[in-house]
Design a protein around this ligand. Sequence first.
Ligand code: NI
Length: 174
Amino acid sequence: MTKLKIYEYPHPVLKQKSERVAKIDDELRKFLDDMLETMYIADGVGLAAPQVGVSKRIVVIDVSAAEEEGAEKSPIFLVNPEIVWHSDEKGCQFEGCLSVPEQRAEVERYLQVRVHYQDYDGKEQEILADGLLAIALQHEIDHLDGILYIDRISRLKRQMLLKKLQKLRQEEEE
Ligand code: NI
């Protein structure tokens, strides 16, 4: 497996709308494996293809380690995922993103979502999610439409967060 490069804000690939995947073949499965490996190495809960520079509607998620320490890995591969239903109720939780390193902010999301997608083998699947998985699904599917979680917070909070990110990068350079 190959560790992929993670693109960070403000790289333009993160703002692009991704294209649907036409065919799930061995080449795509190799990419799915690489994405998952990259996500585990980076200690992330989810990763969307645009974050590794590929404008395609692909997401990998594994919330198991975040929900329970030492839990068995339980990855979900989602190709062409689409939110087909969401609850009326929303809630606020802290989120981070591998493309916006070491920052966090509270984001409002639907508490429950139902997502339709194709799996690792190209089979049609549907998942009804709540909790962290529901948040991760909404966060990652946003990536496919060029939306980052920082686009969903107030302008003032975004400016503060981006200032901290800039400072962090300056310190890293020194
Ligand atoms: Ni993200």
